[in-house]
Design a protein around this ligand. Structure first.
Ligand SMILES: [Zn+2]
Length: 114
């Protein structure tokens, strides 16, 4: 017996899920991982690991959801490939506000002249 809601398996004799209170079913249900799909937008690129360290502390402090793409370094040295700061789409504006005062020499995605 399975709970159709949480997927918990019960022995025979049980009729309801102890956690969810819903009737159990015979078939094992397909419980989908409800992973929220979030879109990320590239906010800036940098070759400077130092910039990334600053960005991290600022964005962490601002509660912005982000990740660094292409961050493949361990030492403080120029990156062979630029790392991209990817920010959750609905938090881009907030991220930009936090980043702005830093005056990093980054190449912004918007308004940058190659
Ligand atoms: Zn359940």
């Amino acid at each position: 017996m399975y709970c159709p809601k949480c997927g918990a398996e019960y022995r025979q004799g049980f009729t309801k899920c102890a956690d969810c209170g819903v009737d159990l079913v015979w078939e094992k249900p397909q419980i989908e991982d409800r992973v929220e799909y979030v879109e990320y937008t590239e906010v800036l690129r940098t070759f400077n690991p130092g910039d990334i360290a600053i960005l991290r502390s600022v964005l962490d402090g601002g509660g912005v959801t982000y990740y660094i793409k292409g961050e493949g370094f361990g030492n403080i040295r120029p990156l062979a490939e630029p790392a991209s700061l990817m920010v959750r789409k609905d938090q881009v504006e907030r991220a930009l506000e936090l980043i702005k005062p830093l005056k990093l020499r980054y190449r912004g995605i918007s308004g940058g002249s190659g």
